[in-house]
Design a protein around this ligand. Structure first.
Ligand code: DX5
Ligand code: ZN
Length: 216
């Protein structure tokens, strides 16, 4: 499988989400990465279900919803109703991760687990067979435009080994500081999905930048 590109809404123009969605529809982007922040799990706030529902009307892409919130299990049905296709929760935010994953899958969504930069991939050993996606944070969650943490390559390689050994079908997604400079090395290490926010939306031509990332 060739790698997937998931532009992140966080760096898009929030006053023009319809035209940003239409631009993505025309682009080679595979997924639309949607960052939900609660000001508790991370030191920033974004938006919730009503905004996702509004964008969904204008989008043809898979909605890859990244929850940076505490107690995500409270809102699983609501995010499904808003249009999430993939729902990713943070390992650090879930006391009963296995139950939360099962609840996401029971709603008909793909289930992802995100790891902060300090969290070792080994913590997923007992759940890797049950999940569809692992999101490795390559910056500390909360903001776009931060610089890429180099240790990410080691984490991707270790996770890839675990996935192969366990027979899991989980995809590896990288989120934070992704550019055309590190994309190839990430794919070579085992990454399947690259999220890119500021690199795409702050460029002169987001459509061309998505194409560049897709054709690495
Ligand atoms: C950060 C978010 C990312 C963010 C990435 O907490 O999870 O999805 O949009 O932005 P860039 O690509 O600018 O690092
Ligand atoms: Zn994200």
């Amino acid at each position: 499988m060739s790698h997937l590109i998931a532009p992140s809404i966080l760096s898009s123009d929030f006053a023009n989400l319809q035209s940003e969605s239409e631009m993505l529809n025309k682009s080679e982007a595979d997924w639309f990465h949607i960052d939900v922040m609660d000001g508790v799990f991370v030191p920033n706030l974004t938006f919730g279900m009503p905004v996702i529902k509004a964008i969904k009307k204008h989008s043809t892409k898979t909605f890859d919803v990244h929850l940076m919130i505490v107690e995500p299990e409270k809102f699983i049905k609501d995010f499904k109703a808003a249009g999430a296709d993939i729902l990713t929760v943070h390992y650090e935010a879930c006391t009963h991760l296995h139950r939360t994953i099962q609840a996401i899958k029971a709603e008909g969504m793909k289930a992802g687990v995100a790891l902060n930069p300090h969290t070792n991939v080994n913590v997923l050993e007992d759940i890797i067979a049950d999940i569809d996606l692992v999101l490795i944070m390559s910056v500390n969650p909360g903001f776009g435009g931060q610089s890429f943490i180099e240790n990410t390559y080691n984490k991707v390689k270790a996770l890839k080994k675990m996935i192969i050994n366990s027979g899991s079908k989980a995809l590896i997604e990288i989120d934070g500081g992704v550019t055309t400079k590190n994309a190839k090395q990430l794919i070579d290490a085992g990454a399947d999905v690259l999220v890119a926010g500021s690199f795409v939306f702050n460029s002169d031509s987001p459509i061309n930048t998505i194409k560049d990332l897709k054709n690495i």
